[in-house]
Design a binder for this molecule. Structure first.
Ligand code: FWO
Ligand code: ZN
Length: 390
Protein backbone atom coordinates (compact mmCIF):
# COMPACT_ATOMS: atom_id res chain seq x y z
CA UNK A 1 0.00 0.00 0.00
CA UNK A 2 1.31 3.44 -0.88
CA UNK A 3 0.04 6.93 -0.31
CA UNK A 4 1.57 9.43 -2.75
CA UNK A 5 1.14 12.70 -0.88
CA UNK A 6 0.62 16.20 -2.32
CA UNK A 7 1.58 15.47 -5.91
CA UNK A 8 0.31 17.61 -8.80
CA UNK A 9 -1.82 15.02 -10.60
CA UNK A 10 -2.10 14.99 -14.43
CA UNK A 11 -4.59 12.23 -15.06
CA UNK A 12 -3.74 13.31 -17.91
CA UNK A 13 -6.14 16.18 -17.25
CA UNK A 14 -4.73 18.61 -14.63
CA UNK A 15 -6.44 17.61 -11.34
CA UNK A 16 -4.31 19.81 -9.09
CA UNK A 17 -2.63 18.73 -5.83
CA UNK A 18 -3.96 15.43 -4.47
CA UNK A 19 -3.12 12.48 -2.24
CA UNK A 20 -3.40 9.14 -4.07
CA UNK A 21 -3.85 5.80 -2.24
CA UNK A 22 -2.56 2.72 -4.10
CA UNK A 23 -3.09 -0.91 -3.06
CA UNK A 24 -3.74 -4.33 -4.57
CA UNK A 25 -2.35 -3.11 -7.88
CA UNK A 26 -5.07 -0.47 -8.17
CA UNK A 27 -5.66 3.23 -7.50
CA UNK A 28 -7.98 3.01 -4.50
CA UNK A 29 -8.69 6.61 -3.51
CA UNK A 30 -7.79 10.14 -4.57
CA UNK A 31 -8.53 13.21 -2.42
CA UNK A 32 -7.01 16.53 -1.44
CA UNK A 33 -6.03 14.92 1.89
CA UNK A 34 -5.98 11.24 2.86
CA UNK A 35 -5.25 10.19 6.48
CA UNK A 36 -2.14 8.01 6.79
CA UNK A 37 -2.83 4.84 8.83
CA UNK A 38 0.65 3.45 9.60
CA UNK A 39 -1.11 0.49 11.22
CA UNK A 40 -2.08 -0.74 7.74
CA UNK A 41 1.59 -0.78 6.63
CA UNK A 42 1.06 2.13 4.29
CA UNK A 43 4.27 3.50 2.77
CA UNK A 44 4.24 7.26 2.23
CA UNK A 45 5.79 8.62 -0.97
CA UNK A 46 6.42 12.36 -0.91
CA UNK A 47 4.91 13.88 -4.03
CA UNK A 48 5.53 17.51 -3.12
CA UNK A 49 7.00 19.54 -6.02
CA UNK A 50 6.39 16.57 -8.32
CA UNK A 51 3.85 15.72 -11.00
CA UNK A 52 2.06 12.36 -10.94
CA UNK A 53 1.20 10.96 -14.39
CA UNK A 54 -0.30 7.70 -15.70
CA UNK A 55 2.31 5.11 -16.68
CA UNK A 56 3.09 5.52 -20.39
CA UNK A 57 1.64 3.19 -23.01
CA UNK A 58 3.93 2.34 -25.95
CA UNK A 59 1.71 0.82 -28.65
CA UNK A 60 4.52 -0.16 -31.06
CA UNK A 61 7.57 -1.99 -29.67
CA UNK A 62 9.62 -4.69 -31.39
CA UNK A 63 9.97 -6.52 -28.09
CA UNK A 64 11.72 -9.46 -29.84
CA UNK A 65 13.96 -7.11 -31.77
CA UNK A 66 13.41 -6.53 -35.48
CA UNK A 67 15.57 -5.30 -38.35
CA UNK A 68 17.46 -7.58 -40.73
CA UNK A 69 17.21 -5.19 -43.69
CA UNK A 70 20.98 -5.32 -44.01
CA UNK A 71 21.19 -9.10 -43.60
CA UNK A 72 21.34 -11.34 -40.55
CA UNK A 73 23.95 -9.31 -38.73
CA UNK A 74 21.52 -6.36 -38.65
CA UNK A 75 18.80 -8.22 -36.74
CA UNK A 76 18.30 -5.90 -33.76
CA UNK A 77 18.40 -7.00 -30.07
CA UNK A 78 15.30 -7.80 -28.01
CA UNK A 79 13.99 -5.30 -25.47
CA UNK A 80 14.97 -5.58 -21.80
CA UNK A 81 12.69 -4.63 -18.88
CA UNK A 82 14.95 -1.71 -17.89
CA UNK A 83 14.69 -0.20 -21.41
CA UNK A 84 10.94 0.05 -20.77
CA UNK A 85 10.52 1.12 -17.12
CA UNK A 86 13.43 3.61 -17.13
CA UNK A 87 11.38 5.60 -19.64
CA UNK A 88 8.23 5.54 -17.53
CA UNK A 89 6.52 3.01 -19.80
CA UNK A 90 4.31 0.47 -17.97
CA UNK A 91 2.31 -1.01 -20.87
CA UNK A 92 3.65 -2.09 -24.28
CA UNK A 93 2.14 -3.65 -27.39
CA UNK A 94 4.67 -5.92 -29.09
CA UNK A 95 4.87 -6.28 -32.87
CA UNK A 96 6.84 -7.91 -35.69
CA UNK A 97 8.15 -5.89 -38.62
CA UNK A 98 9.91 -6.52 -41.92
CA UNK A 99 11.13 -9.96 -40.88
CA UNK A 100 8.06 -12.15 -40.28
CA UNK A 101 10.12 -15.31 -40.85
CA UNK A 102 12.77 -15.49 -38.12
CA UNK A 103 10.54 -13.39 -35.82
CA UNK A 104 7.47 -15.52 -35.05
CA UNK A 105 4.12 -15.07 -33.30
CA UNK A 106 4.90 -17.85 -30.82
CA UNK A 107 8.18 -16.14 -29.90
CA UNK A 108 6.39 -12.75 -29.67
CA UNK A 109 3.78 -14.18 -27.27
CA UNK A 110 6.49 -15.81 -25.14
CA UNK A 111 8.45 -12.54 -24.88
CA UNK A 112 5.24 -10.66 -24.01
CA UNK A 113 4.48 -13.18 -21.27
CA UNK A 114 8.07 -12.87 -20.00
CA UNK A 115 7.81 -9.08 -19.70
CA UNK A 116 4.41 -9.46 -17.98
CA UNK A 117 6.03 -11.84 -15.44
CA UNK A 118 8.86 -9.31 -14.97
CA UNK A 119 6.30 -6.68 -13.91
CA UNK A 120 4.77 -4.63 -16.74
CA UNK A 121 1.57 -5.08 -18.81
CA UNK A 122 1.94 -6.44 -22.33
CA UNK A 123 -0.19 -7.08 -25.41
CA UNK A 124 0.72 -7.97 -28.99
CA UNK A 125 -0.48 -7.46 -32.56
CA UNK A 126 -0.77 -10.55 -34.74
CA UNK A 127 1.09 -10.47 -38.06
CA UNK A 128 4.04 -8.48 -39.36
CA UNK A 129 4.60 -6.22 -42.41
CA UNK A 130 3.38 -8.97 -44.69
CA UNK A 131 0.11 -9.65 -46.52
CA UNK A 132 -1.28 -12.34 -46.32
CA UNK A 133 -0.98 -11.77 -42.55
CA UNK A 134 1.18 -14.39 -40.81
CA UNK A 135 -0.98 -15.27 -37.79
CA UNK A 136 -0.59 -18.01 -35.16
CA UNK A 137 -3.86 -19.88 -35.75
CA UNK A 138 -4.02 -19.17 -39.49
CA UNK A 139 -6.77 -16.56 -39.06
CA UNK A 140 -6.78 -12.95 -37.76
CA UNK A 141 -10.24 -13.45 -36.23
CA UNK A 142 -9.22 -16.68 -34.47
CA UNK A 143 -5.97 -15.12 -33.14
CA UNK A 144 -7.99 -12.24 -31.63
CA UNK A 145 -10.64 -14.48 -30.10
CA UNK A 146 -8.40 -17.30 -28.86
CA UNK A 147 -5.16 -15.54 -27.81
CA UNK A 148 -5.74 -13.30 -24.80
CA UNK A 149 -2.79 -10.96 -25.47
CA UNK A 150 -3.66 -10.30 -29.12
CA UNK A 151 -5.42 -6.90 -29.37
CA UNK A 152 -5.06 -6.24 -33.09
CA UNK A 153 -3.04 -6.75 -36.27
CA UNK A 154 0.25 -5.15 -37.27
CA UNK A 155 2.47 -3.65 -38.18
CA UNK A 156 0.96 -4.06 -41.68
CA UNK A 157 3.16 -2.25 -44.24
CA UNK A 158 1.65 -0.15 -47.00
CA UNK A 159 3.10 2.58 -49.22
CA UNK A 160 6.59 1.11 -48.71
CA UNK A 161 9.08 -0.68 -50.98
CA UNK A 162 9.28 -3.40 -48.31
CA UNK A 163 5.54 -4.04 -48.18
CA UNK A 164 3.83 -6.97 -49.90
CA UNK A 165 2.25 -4.36 -52.23
CA UNK A 166 -1.28 -5.39 -51.09
CA UNK A 167 -4.36 -4.18 -52.99
CA UNK A 168 -6.85 -1.75 -51.40
CA UNK A 169 -9.27 -4.67 -51.17
CA UNK A 170 -6.75 -6.90 -49.37
CA UNK A 171 -6.06 -4.05 -46.93
CA UNK A 172 -9.79 -3.44 -46.32
CA UNK A 173 -10.26 -7.16 -45.62
CA UNK A 174 -7.48 -7.10 -42.99
CA UNK A 175 -9.13 -4.13 -41.26
CA UNK A 176 -12.56 -5.81 -41.50
CA UNK A 177 -11.34 -9.12 -40.04
CA UNK A 178 -9.45 -7.30 -37.28
CA UNK A 179 -12.58 -5.28 -36.42
CA UNK A 180 -14.79 -8.39 -36.27
CA UNK A 181 -12.19 -10.31 -34.24
CA UNK A 182 -12.09 -7.36 -31.83
CA UNK A 183 -15.87 -7.22 -31.55
CA UNK A 184 -16.12 -10.95 -30.86
CA UNK A 185 -13.35 -10.82 -28.23
CA UNK A 186 -14.35 -7.48 -26.62
CA UNK A 187 -10.94 -6.09 -27.60
CA UNK A 188 -9.77 -3.13 -29.67
CA UNK A 189 -9.35 -4.91 -33.01
CA UNK A 190 -6.87 -2.18 -33.96
CA UNK A 191 -4.76 -2.40 -37.13
CA UNK A 192 -1.35 -0.82 -36.59
CA UNK A 193 -0.33 0.34 -40.04
CA UNK A 194 3.29 0.90 -41.06
CA UNK A 195 3.41 3.94 -43.36
CA UNK A 196 6.37 4.02 -45.74
CA UNK A 197 7.54 6.81 -48.04
CA UNK A 198 5.39 5.80 -51.00
CA UNK A 199 3.40 8.29 -53.09
CA UNK A 200 -0.01 6.80 -52.21
CA UNK A 201 0.42 7.89 -48.58
CA UNK A 202 -2.90 7.33 -46.67
CA UNK A 203 -5.02 6.50 -49.77
CA UNK A 204 -5.71 2.94 -48.55
CA UNK A 205 -7.10 4.23 -45.24
CA UNK A 206 -9.23 6.85 -46.99
CA UNK A 207 -10.55 4.05 -49.21
CA UNK A 208 -11.70 2.07 -46.14
CA UNK A 209 -13.46 5.10 -44.65
CA UNK A 210 -15.11 6.04 -47.93
CA UNK A 211 -16.16 2.56 -49.13
CA UNK A 212 -16.97 0.61 -45.95
CA UNK A 213 -18.84 1.09 -42.67
CA UNK A 214 -15.61 0.55 -40.70
CA UNK A 215 -14.86 3.43 -38.25
CA UNK A 216 -11.50 5.24 -38.19
CA UNK A 217 -10.85 3.91 -34.67
CA UNK A 218 -9.92 0.47 -36.06
CA UNK A 219 -6.90 1.93 -37.88
CA UNK A 220 -3.76 3.57 -36.50
CA UNK A 221 -1.21 4.62 -39.17
CA UNK A 222 2.22 5.04 -37.64
CA UNK A 223 5.46 6.78 -38.75
CA UNK A 224 3.28 9.71 -39.92
CA UNK A 225 6.17 12.09 -39.06
CA UNK A 226 8.66 10.27 -41.30
CA UNK A 227 8.28 13.01 -43.92
CA UNK A 228 6.64 16.40 -44.27
CA UNK A 229 4.33 15.25 -47.07
CA UNK A 230 3.09 12.30 -44.99
CA UNK A 231 2.71 14.58 -41.93
CA UNK A 232 0.54 16.92 -44.04
CA UNK A 233 -1.52 14.02 -45.40
CA UNK A 234 -1.93 12.71 -41.84
CA UNK A 235 -3.13 16.10 -40.59
CA UNK A 236 -5.67 16.27 -43.45
CA UNK A 237 -6.76 12.66 -42.77
CA UNK A 238 -7.28 13.46 -39.07
CA UNK A 239 -8.97 16.84 -39.59
CA UNK A 240 -11.28 15.98 -42.49
CA UNK A 241 -12.01 12.27 -41.87
CA UNK A 242 -11.65 12.09 -38.07
CA UNK A 243 -8.74 9.67 -38.48
CA UNK A 244 -6.14 8.80 -35.83
CA UNK A 245 -2.42 9.35 -36.43
CA UNK A 246 0.62 7.96 -34.62
CA UNK A 247 4.02 9.66 -34.57
CA UNK A 248 7.25 7.66 -34.13
CA UNK A 249 9.51 9.02 -31.39
CA UNK A 250 12.69 7.01 -32.16
CA UNK A 251 15.15 8.70 -34.47
CA UNK A 252 18.84 8.21 -35.25
CA UNK A 253 20.79 11.31 -36.33
CA UNK A 254 23.06 9.11 -38.46
CA UNK A 255 20.15 7.58 -40.38
CA UNK A 256 17.52 10.31 -40.63
CA UNK A 257 14.66 9.91 -43.10
CA UNK A 258 14.68 12.73 -45.70
CA UNK A 259 12.77 15.69 -44.08
CA UNK A 260 11.76 13.57 -41.06
CA UNK A 261 9.83 15.62 -38.45
CA UNK A 262 10.64 15.30 -34.73
CA UNK A 263 7.62 13.71 -33.01
CA UNK A 264 7.24 16.58 -30.51
CA UNK A 265 7.17 19.08 -33.39
CA UNK A 266 4.73 16.90 -35.32
CA UNK A 267 2.36 16.98 -32.36
CA UNK A 268 2.56 20.79 -32.25
CA UNK A 269 1.95 21.03 -36.03
CA UNK A 270 -1.08 18.73 -35.75
CA UNK A 271 -2.63 20.59 -32.81
CA UNK A 272 -2.00 23.99 -34.45
CA UNK A 273 -3.66 22.67 -37.64
CA UNK A 274 -6.78 21.79 -35.65
CA UNK A 275 -6.34 18.03 -35.20
CA UNK A 276 -8.36 16.82 -32.18
CA UNK A 277 -5.84 16.26 -29.37
CA UNK A 278 -7.54 12.90 -28.66
CA UNK A 279 -6.57 11.70 -32.15
CA UNK A 280 -2.77 11.91 -31.94
CA UNK A 281 -0.59 9.24 -30.32
CA UNK A 282 3.15 8.64 -29.98
CA UNK A 283 4.86 5.25 -30.13
CA UNK A 284 8.57 4.51 -29.93
CA UNK A 285 9.28 1.77 -32.52
CA UNK A 286 11.58 0.56 -29.72
CA UNK A 287 14.15 -2.08 -30.79
CA UNK A 288 12.87 -1.73 -34.34
CA UNK A 289 15.47 -1.00 -36.98
CA UNK A 290 15.65 2.57 -38.30
CA UNK A 291 17.09 1.64 -41.70
CA UNK A 292 18.22 4.12 -44.36
CA UNK A 293 18.10 3.17 -48.05
CA UNK A 294 19.86 4.92 -50.94
CA UNK A 295 17.73 6.45 -53.73
CA UNK A 296 18.42 3.32 -55.81
CA UNK A 297 16.89 1.21 -53.01
CA UNK A 298 20.14 -0.27 -51.75
CA UNK A 299 20.61 -0.53 -47.99
CA UNK A 300 22.74 2.23 -46.49
CA UNK A 301 22.75 1.50 -42.75
CA UNK A 302 20.48 1.41 -39.71
CA UNK A 303 19.92 2.68 -36.19
CA UNK A 304 17.85 0.98 -33.47
CA UNK A 305 14.68 2.46 -31.91
CA UNK A 306 14.56 3.14 -28.19
CA UNK A 307 11.50 2.90 -25.90
CA UNK A 308 12.97 5.76 -23.82
CA UNK A 309 12.35 8.12 -26.75
CA UNK A 310 8.62 8.04 -25.95
CA UNK A 311 9.01 9.96 -22.67
CA UNK A 312 11.72 12.20 -24.16
CA UNK A 313 9.45 13.37 -27.01
CA UNK A 314 6.52 13.93 -24.62
CA UNK A 315 8.80 16.08 -22.45
CA UNK A 316 10.24 17.91 -25.49
CA UNK A 317 6.69 18.68 -26.67
CA UNK A 318 6.20 20.51 -23.35
CA UNK A 319 9.57 22.26 -23.06
CA UNK A 320 10.55 22.83 -26.72
CA UNK A 321 7.24 22.96 -28.60
CA UNK A 322 5.23 24.60 -25.79
CA UNK A 323 2.47 21.97 -25.85
CA UNK A 324 0.56 21.94 -22.52
CA UNK A 325 1.58 18.93 -20.38
CA UNK A 326 -2.01 17.58 -20.25
CA UNK A 327 -2.17 17.53 -24.08
CA UNK A 328 1.32 16.06 -24.59
CA UNK A 329 0.58 13.41 -21.96
CA UNK A 330 -2.62 12.33 -23.74
CA UNK A 331 -0.52 11.19 -26.74
CA UNK A 332 1.27 8.59 -24.57
CA UNK A 333 -1.44 7.68 -22.03
CA UNK A 334 -5.20 8.21 -22.46
CA UNK A 335 -5.21 8.23 -26.28
CA UNK A 336 -3.48 4.87 -26.83
CA UNK A 337 -5.53 3.46 -23.92
CA UNK A 338 -8.76 4.51 -25.66
CA UNK A 339 -7.72 3.17 -29.09
CA UNK A 340 -6.51 -0.11 -27.54
CA UNK A 341 -9.73 -0.33 -25.46
CA UNK A 342 -7.81 -0.69 -22.19
CA UNK A 343 -10.24 0.91 -19.69
CA UNK A 344 -7.96 0.42 -16.66
CA UNK A 345 -4.92 1.96 -18.38
CA UNK A 346 -3.75 5.42 -19.35
CA UNK A 347 -5.58 7.39 -16.67
CA UNK A 348 -5.27 8.16 -12.95
CA UNK A 349 -8.76 7.42 -11.65
CA UNK A 350 -10.16 5.24 -8.85
CA UNK A 351 -10.13 1.52 -9.82
CA UNK A 352 -7.53 2.09 -12.57
CA UNK A 353 -4.42 -0.11 -12.57
CA UNK A 354 -1.68 1.42 -10.43
CA UNK A 355 0.62 2.30 -13.32
CA UNK A 356 2.11 5.64 -12.26
CA UNK A 357 5.06 7.93 -12.96
CA UNK A 358 6.21 10.60 -10.48
CA UNK A 359 8.51 13.25 -11.96
CA UNK A 360 10.13 16.51 -10.93
CA UNK A 361 7.65 19.29 -11.68
CA UNK A 362 10.39 21.60 -13.09
CA UNK A 363 12.47 19.19 -15.22
CA UNK A 364 10.02 16.25 -15.62
CA UNK A 365 12.97 14.00 -14.72
CA UNK A 366 11.50 10.63 -13.70
CA UNK A 367 11.77 9.91 -9.98
CA UNK A 368 9.39 6.99 -9.36
CA UNK A 369 7.70 4.38 -11.59
CA UNK A 370 4.99 2.08 -10.25
CA UNK A 371 3.70 -0.75 -12.46
CA UNK A 372 0.70 -2.90 -11.46
CA UNK A 373 1.10 -1.46 -7.95
CA UNK A 374 4.79 -2.47 -7.58
CA UNK A 375 7.62 0.02 -7.12
CA UNK A 376 9.93 -0.39 -10.15
CA UNK A 377 11.95 2.85 -10.06
CA UNK A 378 12.54 5.02 -6.98
CA UNK A 379 14.70 8.09 -6.55
CA UNK A 380 15.49 7.75 -10.24
CA UNK A 381 17.07 4.32 -9.63
CA UNK A 382 15.91 0.97 -11.08
CA UNK A 383 14.65 -1.24 -8.23
CA UNK A 384 13.61 -4.12 -10.50
CA UNK A 385 15.56 -5.57 -13.42
CA UNK A 386 14.82 -8.19 -16.04
CA UNK A 387 15.69 -11.83 -15.31
CA UNK A 388 19.05 -11.66 -17.09
CA UNK A 389 19.88 -8.00 -16.50
CA UNK A 390 22.85 -7.35 -14.26
C1 FWO B 1 10.75 2.07 -39.52
C2 FWO B 1 10.57 -1.45 -38.11
C3 FWO B 1 11.08 1.66 -40.98
C4 FWO B 1 11.87 -3.53 -38.25
O1 FWO B 1 10.57 2.32 -41.91
O2 FWO B 1 9.21 -0.21 -39.57
O3 FWO B 1 11.81 0.68 -41.15
O4 FWO B 1 11.28 -4.48 -38.83
O5 FWO B 1 12.54 -3.66 -37.22
N1 FWO B 1 10.96 0.90 -38.67
N2 FWO B 1 11.55 -2.14 -40.25
C5 FWO B 1 11.68 3.18 -39.05
C6 FWO B 1 11.36 4.52 -39.68
C7 FWO B 1 10.06 5.04 -39.14
C8 FWO B 1 12.48 5.48 -39.32
C9 FWO B 1 10.17 -0.19 -38.84
C10 FWO B 1 11.72 -2.12 -38.81
ZN1 ZN C 1 7.19 0.31 -39.01
Amino acid sequence: MFIIQSAHVYAPEDLGILDVLVGGGKVIKMASHLPVEPAYGVTVIDGAKKVLMPGLIDAHVHILGGGGEGGAKTRTPEVMLSDIISGGVTTVVGCLGTDGCTRTMSNLLAKAKGLEEEGITTYVYTGSYQVPVRTLTGSIIDDLILLEKVVGTGEIAISDHRSSQPTKEEFARIVADTRVGGILSAKAGLVNIHMGDGREKLAFLRHVLEHTQIPASNMLPTHINRSRVLMEDGIDYACRLGGYIDLTTSSDPDFLEPDEIKASTGLKLALDAGVDENHVTFSSDGQGSLPAFNPDGTFHGLGVGKVSSLYREMRDAVFLDKVPLASALKAVTANPATLLKLPTKGRIVEHADADLVLADEKTLAIDTVIAKGALMVSGGQLLVKGTFET
